[in-house]
Structure formats: C-alpha cells, structure tokens
Design a binder for this molecule. Structure first.
Ligand code: PHE
Length: 511
C-alpha cells in the first residue's frame, strides 16, 4: 500500500507503480496520499531525472446536502410517484402532502412526475400511469458520490439544480524520466577524506545541489520599523537641502523648551499634567555656549526673553506678567524638539556671510519627545517628533503651504488641507490634514507655522528674516504604512519580534 513507508517517503512506491504503467496519475494511484508527501517524493525523483511530472488541475463534484437526501431517499419526483403508486386507488394532493411530509418536495416532485408521465390526475385524485420508474437523478448522484465525476452535461445540469458544488483538485501526471530505475542509488552529500583515500569518489553518485532551497533563518538583529521610516524621512530632508540638528539630549530647561519659544509661564502646556519635570537635579544653569566657537551672548538673550515676556519688546506688548527665572530654569523632559530648533536658530543668528547677513538655513531632526499623557491605543507618553525649520528672506505663508505639499508629496501623501491653529510661538499657525482612505476621513498629520518676531528678534535674527517651522510624529505615518492600529504593537514589551524581523524593507510609496 502506498503509505506503508514509515518515513513517509513514497519514492519507491512511485517507481514501482511506473514500472507497471507509464504514465500514471497521482489522483488514481495515490488517491489518499497527502499532496505534500507525493510532491516531496516526485521532487526527489525528478531532481535525479528518474521521473518527470506535470501538475494537472481538475474539478471534482461534491454533493450538496439536498443531493445527499436524494441519494438516501430518492428524488422528489420518485418519492411522489412511489407514494401515489402505493395508494391502490389514487391519492388526493392533501393526502400526498401529509404522506411525504414536505411541501417543497411534494410540489416540485409532482411537477416533474407529471412531465415524466409517471402520474396523472383522475378527478381530484392522482393516480400512477406506470408500474415502475427509473430514478435517474438518484443514480447519477450516487455515481458522483463514489467517483466525484460524471459526464460534463450531467454535471452541468445537476449544478444548475444546485445539487452539486465543484472543487479544484490538483494531481500529478507522472512519467518515467531518462534515468528511470526501480531503485534509488544512495547519493553522497559530502566528499569526505575517506572517499578520497579509498578512491570511492570515482564511482559515488553525488546529490546535486538544490538551488531552490530556502536558506535557514538567520536570527540576526533587525531594524525597527520606526527606524526604517525615520531613515526615509531623513533621506527626503537631505534631498531637500536640510541639515540634521543634534538632538542627543532628552532633558532641557524650561527656558529652551518654553520661554525661548514665547510660551508664557502660565501656559497649560507647562502644567505637570502635560510635562514631565525632573526632580533631581531640580534646576538647570543659565543658558550658555555649548562650544568654544559659539560667540553668542547668552546673557543678553536670556534678558531679551525675560523682557519680551514681562513687558514686551520688538513692537510686542508681551504677556505682562512677572517672569520667573526659577520657572525658566526648571528641568523638563523635552515636550518637543522645537527646543533644539530654538537653540539652533539662536546659534544661526551669530553667523554672518561676507556681506554681513545671516545666511538662510534648513534644519531638521527626528527624535524622541515626552508628554505626560494618558496612555491608550494610539498614545504613549513618548513619541518621535519629525521637526523642520526653514530660515530665509521673503518667505510667505503660501510658500510654507507649497513646501508642505512637496514634503508630504515626497512620501506619497497628497491632497493636503490646512486649518488655522494656534501655537504660542508661531503666527499664523496651521494644522495639516490629509484624507485617509482606510479610515475614510481627514486626519491630522502635522502642525506648522511662521515663528513670531518675539521669538526670533530676541535671538538677534534680522527683522526681515522669516522662519517656517513644522512638526509631526514619526509613529503616525509608520502605523498607517504598516497597518498597525495599536501603538503597543510597535513599541514596548508587547512587540512581536517576528514582526520586527519580517516586516518589509520599503514603507513609503513615493511618486
Ligand atoms: N512644536 C510643535 C508640536 O509639538 C510643532 C511645530 C514646530 C509647530 C515648529 C510649529 C513650528 O507639535
């Protein structure tokens, strides 16, 4: 019997079957053998040219439940005929119905039995016209139940009557190959020292390399999806002439995170509820140069910021509240990377070209920021912010909108919508929306604006220089691109390492 081999290796069975008939069909010779087992044996034999085979697809017919009832009880018409025949002097329709016990069977069966001229009406009664009938439908279905096939016309007819359903079955047509033999020669997988010494290599048969075999899984490290998307964003920035800002500090003073950005000290964003404060150490030193070539006057800048908040400056009336240095020097986990942008713009204001002008600049960063938020399916208390600033002369709001179209267009996000918004440090400000096909609605994808003079002039930037800024999260586009609905599948201890290993290399559809 075909599957008597405990190792499940059918090679020998295939060879013996082929020695008796050529070609053979796996559907007949190996009817009950699993597809994979026969395929494995054929591949082994074919790799040695002992057999050739081709895949054959055919349809098999399976009985629907109604057809199974017909096989066991007879067709509707046969049951009607039988009931009428048994009643010696005819049967009223009512009696027929109660005898058969099924309205549909009675109705359909009657119609067909009339047509076949098996019964006729005699007054109000039905009487039989013949002594016996041949229940063709039942016979056909019975045959199909056993062999799964029949004449094409009969199959088509029964299918139309919804008695059959078809199923594709794959089998193999197997023939002898050029090196056909009844026994498989033992194949060597390695050339050994012993074979060389004894000369056995001269007559040995070597197993051919299987170049179709997949390599073994290499459990190597893998890049996290966020890192991959980050890499693509960086590339877009570099292509647009941006320089990357150094963001390697999670802790900032309130000064850089808020005050430098003209965020008043009473602003709700500075609340414990929104911002994580550091308890040890409590305070930062005053802003100071971070490198020897930084010639900026940080003390003057610090006082400018104090004044613009407290009493106003640069044509602004300020917020008019007593500005606290202590509050400004509290340490926070940065809530945005705009703190870095502020420090970079302040440094920029100290640079001059040969004609004495502050040069235009484009900066970006992608790094972690922290917010004291309630954790849910789409929010953690930290995320990666993608941030960009463009400093130049003669920039306009229209220019910012066009830039956003280009920037998002580069990652395949088109059809942006802009909505007026508010940031303490930009005026005007715009939230950026895009239509999300999956969610079937507009979703917010970014925040942007033109930095206020209160912020820029305090740094010493020229009054005719304009600076665009924008920010978005890295997580949102990553989740959309990878079809993840819960952020915990992307970050944290619940992440499936298989997902990290196997996720595709290319994420953003670019045009
Ligand atoms: N800091 C803003 C945020 O956290 C982003 C932004 C940056 C907006 C620069 C305007 C200008 O969403």
């Amino acid at each position: 019997p075909p599957n008597s081999n405990p190792a499940g290796d059918l090679t020998s069975e295939v060879l013996h079957a082929l020695s008796k008939a050529d070609p053979i069909s796996s559907a007949e010779t190996f009817a009950n053998v699993p597809f994979e087992s026969i395929k494995a044996a054929l591949d082994r034999l074919a790799s040695r040219s002992m057999v050739t085979y081709e895949q054959v697809e055919r349809e098999e017919a399976y009985l629907e439940p109604e057809a199974e009832t017909i096989v066991s009880h007879g067709s509707h018409e046969a049951r009607v005929f039988e009931a009428v025949r048994q009643a010696m002097d005819g049967l009223s329709i009512q009696d027929l119905e109660s005898k058969i016990g099924d309205k549909t069977v009675t109705k359909v069966g009657q119609g067909k039995a009339f047509k076949e001229k098996w019964i006729k009406k005699d007054g109000i009664k039905l009487v039989a016209l013949v002594d016996s009938i041949n229940d063709v439908t039942r016979e056909q279905l019975k045959a199909i139940q056993e062999t799964r096939r029949h004449d094409a016309k009969i199959i088509a007819d029964l299918k139309k009557r919804k008695l059959l359903r078809m199923q594709k079955v794959i089998s193999f047509r197997i023939s002898k190959g050029p090196k056909f033999a009844l026994e498989m020669v033992k194949e060597e997988t390695d050339l050994t020292a012993e074979m060389l010494a004894s000369g056995a290599w001269k007559t040995a048969t070597f197993k051919p390399y299987n170049f179709n075999a997949l390599g073994a899984d290499q459990h190597a490290g893998a890049l996290h999806p966020l890192n991959k998307v980050r890499q693509e964003f960086r590339q877009i920035f570099f292509e647009m002439g941006f320089t990357e800002m150094p963001t390697n500090q999670f802790v900032e003073s309130g000064f850089w995170n808020f005050d430098a950005l003209f965020v008043p000290q009473q602003h709700p964003a500075r609340d414990l509820q929104d911002t994580f404060y550091i308890s040890d150490p409590l305070k930062a030193g005053r802003p100071a140069p971070t490198s020897a070539d930084d010639k900026q006057d940080y003390e003057e800048y610090f006082q400018n910021v104090r004044q613009v908040h407290e009493s106003g400056k640069y044509g602004s009336i300020g917020y008019r509240y007593p500005w606290s240095e202590d509050e400004s020097l509290r340490l926070v986990l940065r809530t945005h990377t705009t703190s870095i942008s502020a420090a970079m713009l302040h440094k920029l204001s100290g640079q001059r070209t040969q004609d004495g002008r502050v040069p235009p600049a484009r900066y970006f960063s992608i790094d972690r920021v922290f917010r004291n938020e309630t954790v849910d399916a789409t929010h953690l208390c930290e995320f990666h912010q993608v941030e960009g600033v463009i400093a130049d002369y003669g920039l306009t709001l229209g220019g910012l909108m066009e830039f956003m179209d280009m920037f998002f267009g580069a990652m395949g996000v088109t059809d942006l919508r802009f909505k007026p918004a508010y940031n303490p440090y930009t005026e005007p400000s715009m939230e950026i929306f895009s239509y999300h096909k999956g969610l079937n609605k507009l979703i917010e994808i970014g925040n942007s604006g033109i930095f206020r003079p209160e912020m820029l002039e305090a740094m010493g930037l020229p009054t005719d220089m304009r600076v665009f800024g924008f920010g978005l999260s890295l997580e949102r586009p990553t989740m959309i691109k990878y079809g993840i609905s819960n952020i915990r599948e992307l970050l944290g201890h619940q992440v499936d390492l298989n997902f990290i290993q196997k996720n595709p290399a290319v994420r953003l559809d670019k045009n």
